[in-house]
Ligand binder design. Sequence first.
Ligand code: FES
Length: 574
Amino acid sequence: MSKKTLRSEAWFARQDKMGFYYRSWLKNRGFPQDQFEGRPVIGICNTWSELTPCNSHFRTIAEHVRWGVLDAGGFPLEFPVLSLGETMMRPTAMLFRNLASMDVEEAIRANPLDGVVLLMGCDKTTPSLLMGASSVDLPTIGVSGGPMLRGIHCGTPIGSGTNTISMSEQLRAGAITLAEFHEAEADMHRSHGHCMTMGTASTMACMVEALGVGMPGNAAIPAVDARRNLLAREAGRRIVQMVREDVVLSRVLTREAFENAIRTNAAIGGSTNAVVHLIAIARRIGVDLSLDDWDRLGEGLACLVNLMPSGKYLMEDFFEAGGLPVVLRELGEQGLLHRDALTVNGRTLWQNNADAKCWKRDVIHPWSAPFKGDAGIAVLRGNLAPDGAVIKPSAASPHLLRHSGPAVVFESIEDLHARIDDDALDIDEHSVMVLKNCGPKGYPGMAEVGNMPLPPKLLKRGINDMVRISDARMSGTAYGTVVLHAAPEAAAGGTLALVENGDTITLDVPGRRLQLEVDEATLARRRAAWRPPTPHTDRGYVKLYVDHVLQADQGVDFDFLVGRSGARVPRDNH
Ligand code: FES
């Protein structure tokens, strides 16, 4: 059998001026000549940054991957890419997801790499790295950074995001003091790692494992547990083997893998953000995933996992209960998984998970006695969202899943903030809150503002949920009867832009309907008078974003990034 030609040989096997450049400038770090002779070169794509606190331990993880690569006879080379910190970046890290994906794609293609290990944790770092890597399609393994330890405040577990929202509402309603609020900040986040609720970061780490692009156990091992480092080392060993076996990413990220991930998202009560991210990743690798796939595959599925925001436990509990392998085993036993889907460790998804054991049944429920029913992401259509909108029924109030009420309209997030605390605001618990101009083009960047805060005058009366509709996203740690991702968005001229105060809106989640009860002639009149909002800027990346971003139903990717260009070796640089 002939020896496999490595992509990196186009750099390192040359015995000429160019080969001298390529080898010599690495030899200054102490790499001997034999390092350049037949060893797979593995890029360790690192999103470490002090501005991304969730990924602040990634230098350590990278070292464990490096040792694994060396164990297996590979040549590890670590490189940084744009890191997206969810808590720090304004106006929203989502504005930069596509930019980071371009960084990843071009950094991989431009360099002498045969395979990559992606280090990701905070919300947008996972999809941006997977999107970029998908467009190149080398052998690839994703290693998540792991969740933080559980937060503890006054002896009670508290979860990132979920309790931030509830405590800020308590502060606004005068139920807790500012000193208590400050104390809880340190109590909540007390270790390395990403948010430890089943928010977007944990959801995406579960998606990595369910897609087969992560090693078994990837989703739940806490960031500070030594087993996270063991997993990283195993990933480093395995990626070298994947290069030798030519297991490229598209052999793992198949339609079957995405269908497994969608069902897994329902079973974990996962974030609505996974909808846009998985669609974007799928379209990069060449799988035409749609909103209809989400509705079809998730319908009737139950949530098995009792984790915040839908439940009460945290990721550390999930890990101790057995983690995602237990969920995958439950789904597989019901015939709800493509069991033969290939994973990065060379085994099928079923081979990896068939024997998983559950140690805490209150945390991971069995299929026969699920934690909550109807957990799949529901896709709504109607004149208010002809291209679709989504809602997470498991995080909604059952009595609001069928509801008609008068609209209370906010034209922008600034308008909402200016008026929501005003006791004179004409709103009650039957109203439907509508927020415009927070979609991909409108914000821009489709911020997580869809779970609008409720008016204090209703909070004080004990009202803790209302129907809320927007073209925005919602944090995966949030909850409520919140309709998101309405497409087309208001700033693109969607019907959402035409809603006026007092219009009746009907939400019917079981019937998958979202309707503005206004006659066509009136809507046509309003449409003729509608003017698009003034652009936020006419230069730079934000202009590129607004000019090229696709709507939520297409994954909010750029129109020119859909698909892949492959791993072709670029022209010489001299
Ligand atoms: Fe980074 Fe939540 S802020 S995962």
